[in-house]
Write a protein that binds this ligand. Structure first.
Ligand code: SF4
Length: 232
């Protein structure tokens, strides 16, 4: 499929135009969006909720988020009447810590695998379209991101992964947020630039590398965007 869809090169289209082409071409197919309620996710949600108001909004409920994130998630879910789906891991935080100790300190890869990756790839199984708020600028690991990618889940199931903001800068994100009067997670006002689980999120030393504040700089990805296989 590449980046051409319905005769249009999706990579060259604005997020709104790309979204309309994709939804038109995939009418009737099941879609979901993953959302951690960061600024990019809010924009993608804002675009999607006007077109598919009941779209499932998949939130990785790791049990380790900031209190402000939970409060913000619940407020937006109510204000926007979201079809919020909290994806919970097999073990509660207490069960995991009793069995393995504090994994985010000793083995964050395993912690992310148990609390994010496994719940997500199971939750994605019923869908044909997976929307995300990913951008190339966010991390060196995302520099080759395309707006539209075909992915294969560990089960073999294929789905279309759509990142409408792939080519946007942080400035464009903030411009849309301001112009459209979207609210934002309060942690941004404290200097955080990439916001995930509280124990693994810090204010980055280098503002040009926003994800350098995640996992103490020891890794850049939790695995939810690397577990599936990107297909040509
Ligand atoms: S980001 Fe940290 S706390 Fe959250 S699942 Fe990964 S290792 Fe665990």
């Amino acid at each position: 499929m590449g980046t051409t869809f319905a005769g249009e090169n999706i990579e060259k289209l604005s997020p709104v135009a790309a979204l309309d082409v994709i939804l038109n071409k995939t009418a009737g197919q099941s879609a979901c969006v993953t959302c951690s309620f960061q600024a990019e996710d809010m924009i993608v949600l804002d675009l999607l909720r006007k077109r598919i108001p009941s779209i499932p909004v998949l939130f990785l409920e790791t049990g380790y988020h900031f209190r402000q994130t939970y409060e913000y998630r619940d407020r937006i879910a109510k204000e926007w009447s979201l079809n919020l789906v909290n994806l919970v891991p097999q073990r509660t935080v207490a069960e995991q810590e009793a069995e393995f100790g504090i994994l985010y300190r000793t083995d964050p890869t395993k912690c992310c695998q148990l609390r994010k990756v496994e719940p997500l790839f199971q939750a994605l199984e019923p869908y044909e379209l997976w929307f995300t708020g990913l951008r190339r600028e966010q991390s060196p690991t995302r520099k080759n991101l395309m707006k539209m990618e075909q992915h294969r889940l560990p089960s073999g199931k294929s789905l279309l992964k759509v990142s409408l903001l792939a080519d946007w800068t942080w400035g464009q994100v903030w411009e849309y947020t301001t112009q459209n009067e979207l609210s934002h997670l309060p942690q941004y006002d404290q200097g955080y630039l990439s916001i995930g689980c509280e124990p693994c999120t810090a204010i980055p030393d280098d503002p040009n590398n926003p994800r350098s504040g995640r996992w103490g700089g020891t890794k850049l990805e939790c695995g939810i965007h690397t577990f599936s296989e990107r297909r040509p």
